[in-house]
Design a protein around this ligand. Structure first.
Ligand SMILES: Cc1cc2nc3c(=O)[nH]c(=O)nc-3n(C[C@H](O)[C@H](O)[C@H](O)COP(=O)(O)OP(=O)(O)OC[C@H]3O[C@@H](n4cnc5c(N)ncnc54)[C@H](O)[C@@H]3O)c2cc1C
Ligand code: FES
Length: 386
């Protein structure tokens, strides 16, 4: 069979040919549109964005929103729940951190990112104490799979947030209530103390104005005058406020500890794992406490990581390989920094790394010896290919 014959077997080939001939007869020249698809794709998914801080909004004593506008007048659309990875240059190190967009996608003039200061946090401290309006940053385009899918997730949603984990939900809640979308949302939002609750006033107001949205704040270390529910987001508490978990889809976002606590509670309510979506913020606090960490390797142990053909790096066992590479000045492509997207993969040529459960290493990466450097910890001297 010749190549021409193969084309003729494709359904619709004759129709397309006829259309092309008609277009040619009337003077349409599709060649002038060469590169159009690439141009549109680049608008939707640019490789990087140049953003400027237009305003800084203080949300709580430890949290600020940076309102980011485009330097060239265009921001690509995003879906509520997605994040951008913001690059910063701090203390001579170029690194990045992902931040969920907290503004709604129906508002196209800016992206809000709402950052909570972490104790001894490298980037959050820099963003909250050093950054001024007018400062510019490079970031990735919006990315991430933590978003609502009407086909899979139904119309009855429960959002469980801890601390700064409110941000992707804020975008979803703002979009749903602003646009009157046909969904029911119940937000259960845990914080240590009342003054840590981010967006409290706005959440209360939206719950009062919109029947489709219910808001339950929960405080774990309440003051005597606290009027909210207190304790942790337990099965008992969820049973009380949700009046049954059946048919509901759960979304969980916050620190790893929130997931570790809430998953067994949801299980005890009979919620199948397939009805829970999650996004965890930040690297584990103490990786050495994770199951399978090699006995005898301390978090502060140092190993030499040889970067093939490019030099040696002194790496802490308790810190992701990616951070050690960045500290030493290596530029590693990154996006999620949480083991999901595989952008930061490096080939492990020799030595061992620890990879916590949940790092989504693809079968092909496993087969050819690649690891996600943001979710891999050196536990002996290694050699990697960058
Ligand atoms: C998808 C996603 C969305 C997120 N969205 C939000 C959000 O909306 N709001 C929010 O507040 N957080 C969010 N996070 C968490 C956020 O990305 C950071 O993890 C968080 O701000 C803490 O970062 P940090 O640098 O302050 O602390 P860490 O990264 O935990 O740093 C802790 C310590 O590491 C050391 N260190 C780390 N990196 C370096 C380096 N390169 N060089 C030298 N020392 C270093 C420092 O000594 C510091 O003491 C999100 C995370 C993910 C995965
Ligand atoms: S940056 Fe996404 S897996 Fe490491």
């Amino acid at each position: 069979m010749t190549a021409q014959n193969v084309h003729q077997k494709i359904e619709g080939y004759d129709r397309v040919l006829e259309e092309a001939n008609t277009a040619k007869r009337y003077g349409v020249d599709y060649r002038v549109m060469k590169g159009e698809v690439a141009r549109v794709l680049d608008l939707l998914h640019p490789k990087s964005l140049d953003l400027r801080v237009s305003e800084i909004i203080e949300e709580t004593p430890s949290t600020k929103t940076l309102r980011l506008v485009s330097e060239n007048g265009y921001l690509p659309p995003f879906e509520a729940g997605q994040y951008i990875n913001l690059f910063v240059e701090a203390a001579g190190v170029r690194t990045s951190r992902p931040y969920s967009i907290s503004s709604a996608p129906n508002q196209t003039a800016y992206y809000d990112v709402t950052v909570r200061k972490q104790e001894k946090g490298f980037v959050s401290t820099y963003l909250l104490s050093r950054v001024k309006a007018g400062q510019c940053f490079e970031s990735t385009a919006p990315a991430g799979q933590f978003r609502y899918n009407p086909i899979i997730h139904g119309k009855d949603l429960v959002f469980i947030a801890g601390g700064s984990g409110i941000t992707p939900f804020m975008s979803m809640i703002r979009e749903t209530t602003d646009r009157g979308l046909d969904r029911k949302i119940h937000l259960i939002y845990g914080n240590r103390i009342e003054k840590d609750i981010i967006f409290h006033k706005e959440l209360k107001e939206r719950a009062e104005r919109h029947k489709c949205f219910t808001y339950t704040p929960v405080i774990s270390e309440p003051t005597k005058s606290c009027k909210e529910l207190t304790g942790f987001i337990s099965a008992k508490l969820m049973k009380k406020v949700l009046k049954g978990a059946q048919g509901k889809n759960f979304f969980l976002c916050g620190p790893g500890a929130l997931y570790d606590f809430c998953m067994p509670e949801l299980e005890s309510l009979g919620v199948p794992a397939g009805r829970v979506r999650r996004e965890m913020f930040g690297a584990p606090v103490d990786i050495t406490a994770h199951p399978g960490w090699p006995a005898g390797v301390k978090g502060n142990a140092r190993f030499t990581v040889k970067v093939k053909g490019r030099g040696d790096v002194s790496a802490l066992a308790g810190e992701p390989l990616l951070v050690s590479l960045e500290r030493a000045g290596f530029k590693v492509p990154v996006l999620c920094r949480s083991g999901e997207c595989s952008m930061c993969r490096v080939k492990l040529l020799s030595g061992k790394v620890y990879q916590p459960r949940g790092a989504h290493v693809r079968a092909s990466d496993l087969k050819y010896g690649y690891v996600h450097s943001c979710a891999a910890y050196p536990v002996e001297d290694c050699e990697v290919l960058l």
